[in-house]
Design a protein around this ligand. Structure first.
Ligand SMILES: *Cc1c(COP(=O)(O)O)cnc(C)c1O
Length: 510
């Protein structure tokens, strides 16, 4: 009997209370157990996915923390069923479910089943993509997918790249390469050049650019903000002016970061015009397509990325618009030679002479990571089982729904919308009438919180020009315009109630 009183269905202990620890190892003699245990977990998740009627329960950290704290990590449970029962309590019951059509908050996608198959395979085989001798075929599969993505971007045969943990790492990697290229090209010693290096990005760009600048030892003012137009796209003339100012001040622009799909507005910087300015100034162009990369496979909207082929490097997050589970991302570069800036050799792992003489394909020579997941396998199985058009169609569907949601909100007098997204976000806010307008910020904040607490839906919040807004990020093809309309009404109800209660409290009538 186990401590939960349940009869242990799995290899009861031969001696003592706990079974031989080796019964937990995936080994040649233990494959039945492997299948049973994983299948049991899979069944729990299946049941959850099938029965979730809300994207979240709205549980508070205060309510959940004691349950997690009460778990005695030094006292294992007797069987997988008990561990899974416990997991229901501390995680599965209150998790946020992205497959639910009323999850409308951040760039989290529902995942495609072929990718889940890939996830199951890659974690069991557990290849590590740093060296050929830890991955063999995995290395070749990753390389094919890098080449495939580079071709979709429109890069030539010299292109290369590597899978990463996410857009943040891809952007860091791109800017590391840019810094090293700038150092190599400059007559100044590195120490003198570093404080003079600048990165130009729009105000709507991602904060990982700032983080990367700090990690790369750049100056505190290294990231220069370029103005955007009314549609929140980088202004090419403002970019030209910023480039000229840097040149005048004796600063070296190591890269311009254009965003192909800003996180808030889904706006795509005018890539061709930006590439023109970069070419004229002889500056590297990095395109952060973490969000918009799904357009690479869109049957109808690929043209929105026109000009991306002129970039020196591109960030793609398959775990956003390719419907892949986290993590699955890549940095793709036009000229594979630049990847040498991340090449370091260790005698025990990838000795230098071996790499040169025997040409062993070691991906660690190109990566910021050493031990690294075979995330490429998820994308591989997705392409082999669905094909690229099917992924692009799914992304097209969410872009269409977002367009319809924008029109719905633009025509709703209770709300105000910001620019129409090229992708799948909608930024809007509830606008109370007349003198109550002063309560708009608080009303929108309240509406978002109240909605999440109800568990009915999740939306995001953001600030635009100093004011509080709400945001939908649509990445679920199952989300219908009816779902959106329902959530819009719920938000209006919460915001309206907030305004009514506030005005009743401060200026009682009658
Ligand atoms: C999400 C996002 C990132 C960061 O990617 P992670 O995968 O979350 O690290 C970078 N840039 C943009 C434009 C993004 O939307």
């Amino acid at each position: 009997m186990s401590i939960s009183g349940r009869t242990a269905a799995y290899d009861p202990p031969a001696t003592g209370r706990q079974p031989n620890p080796r019964t937990h190892l995936l080994s040649r003699d233990n494959t039945d157990r492997y299948r049973r245990v994983v299948a049991e977990g899979l069944d729990r998740v299946r049941a959850r996915i099938a029965s979730t009627d809300r994207p979240l329960t709205g549980v508070t950290p205060a309510a959940l923390a004691p349950r997690v704290a009460a778990v005695d990590l030094d006292r294992p449970l007797a069987d997988p069923a008990a561990a899974l029962d416990e997991l229901e309590e501390v995680y599965l019951r209150d998790a946020v479910y992205f497959h639910h059509p009323r999850y409308l908050a951040h760039l989290n996608c529902p995942v495609v089943i072929p990718a889940l198959l890939g996830e199951a395979v890659l974690s069991a085989v557990n290849s590590s993509l740093d060296t050929w001798d830890q991955s063999a075929g995995g290395t070749l599969i990753e390389r094919r997918l890098v080449d495939w993505t580079a071709e979709r971007i429109g890069f030539g045969p010299g292109a290369d790249g590597v899978f990463t943990s996410g857009g943040t790492q891809s952007n860091l990697h791109a800017l590391l390469l840019a810094r090293e290229e700038a150092c190599a090209a400059s007559p100044l010693p590195r120490r003198e050049l570093l404080p003079k290096l600048r990165v130009l990005a729009s105000a709507a760009g991602h904060f990982s650019v700032q983080k990367a600048a700090v990690l790369l030892g750049l100056d505190a003012d290294a990231v220069v903000t370029v103005d955007t137009d009314a549609d929140r796209r980088m202004c090419p003339d403002a970019l030209a002016a910023a480039l000229a100012r840097c040149a005048r001040d004796g600063l070296t622009v190591m890269a311009v970061v254009a965003t192909a799909g800003t996180t808030d507005f889904g706006s795509i910087d005018p890539l061709d015009a930006v590439a023109d300015r970069c070419a004229a100034a002889g500056v590297r162009l990095h395109v952060d397509a973490a969000y918009g990369c799904g357009l690479l496979v869109s049957p109808t909207r690929r043209h929105l990325l026109a000009g991306i082929e002129r970039a020196d490097s591109v960030t793609v997050d398959y775990h956003k618009s390719f419907f892949q589970p986290v993590s699955c991302s890549a940095l793709i570069v036009r000229d594979g030679e630049v990847l040498r800036h991340a090449t370091y050799h260790a005698d025990y792992l990838n000795p230098a002479p071996l790499a040169a003489d025997e040409r062993v394909p070691n991906q660690v020579d190109k990566s910021l990571q050493t031990t690294r997941r075979f995330d490429a396998l998820k994308l591989w199985l997705t392409l082999r089982m669905m094909g690229p058009d099917a992924i692009g169609q799914l992304f097209d569907e969410v872009v269409e729904t977002a367009g319809a949601a924008w029109r719905l909100l633009a025509g709703d007098p209770r709300f105000e919308v910001v620019t129409r997204s090229a992708l799948s976000t909608v930024v809007f806010r509830y606008l109370p009438d007349g003198p109550d307008r002063a309560l708009a910020d608080e009303a929108n904040r309240y509406a978002r919180r109240a909605l999440a607490a109800s568990g009915e839906a999740v939306v995001a919040g953001t600030r635009v020009d100093g004011r509080q807004y709400l945001k939908f990020t649509l990445l679920n093809p199952e989300t219908t315009l009816d779902d959106v309309a329902h959530v819009v009404d719920l938000l209006a109800g919460h915001a309206h109630r907030y305004v009514r209660e506030r005005t009743a409290a401060t200026c009682p009538v009658g």
